[in-house]
Design a protein around this ligand. Structure first.
Ligand code: AMP
Ligand code: ZN
Length: 152
């Protein structure tokens, strides 16, 4: 009887040790939040590894001209943080997204769109393949200027 009790205690200790090992494995091997993606073209633009025509920069946000413009004015506003798309945003990004939105009209005028209401601009964010997204780093297209445009 005593022997059986000791064995049970040993087994419980063994299980607890294994559980702790597994938990620490999870902590060590779980993927940390990715701030930049080394394979992402827009992360490379933010890092200056790929040249771009810069429109605006602060600690969190970068804006640059689209390489293949559809409209007389066409630039992209992106977070420096690698967020793949609008499908991944959460409450922690609320202030960042708000700042990006507020920049759009200001930068649009700075880049030469005509004032509202005769002028104005289009703000577009494609999300996922079926949403027409080709570059999987969150970006907002800002397009404006006299019509006709190539697209949009
Ligand atoms: P989307 O289809 O919404 O993912 O849009 C991606 C946009 O990124 C397209 O309008 C491209 O023309 C633009 N783009 C891709 N590579 C570059 C680059 N190196 N510099 C500027 N714009 C780019
Ligand atoms: Zn990126």
């Amino acid at each position: 009887m005593k022997l059986a009790k000791i064995k049970l205690d040993d087994l419980a200790r063994h299980c607890l040790a294994r559980h702790r090992e597994e938990r620490s494995d999870v902590a060590i091997h779980s993927k940390p939040t990715m701030h930049t993606d080394p394979n992402c073209i827009f992360c490379k633009i933010v890092a200056g590894k790929i040249p771009s025509k810069k429109v605006y920069e602060d600690e969190e946000i970068f804006a640059f001209h689209d390489i293949n413009p559809w409209a007389p004015v066409h630039f992209l506003i992106i977070p420096k943080l690698h967020i793949p798309s609008m499908a991944q945003v959460g409450p922690e990004h609320q202030a960042l997204l708000g700042r990006m939105l507020l920049l759009a009209p200001k930068l649009a005028l700075q880049e030469g769109v005509n004032p509202y209401p005769e002028g104005g601009f289009r703000l577009v964010t494609n999300t996922g393949t079926e949403g027409g997204q080709e570059v999987h780093h969150l970006h907002w297209h800002v397009m404006g200027g006299p019509r006709p445009w190539l697209r949009g």
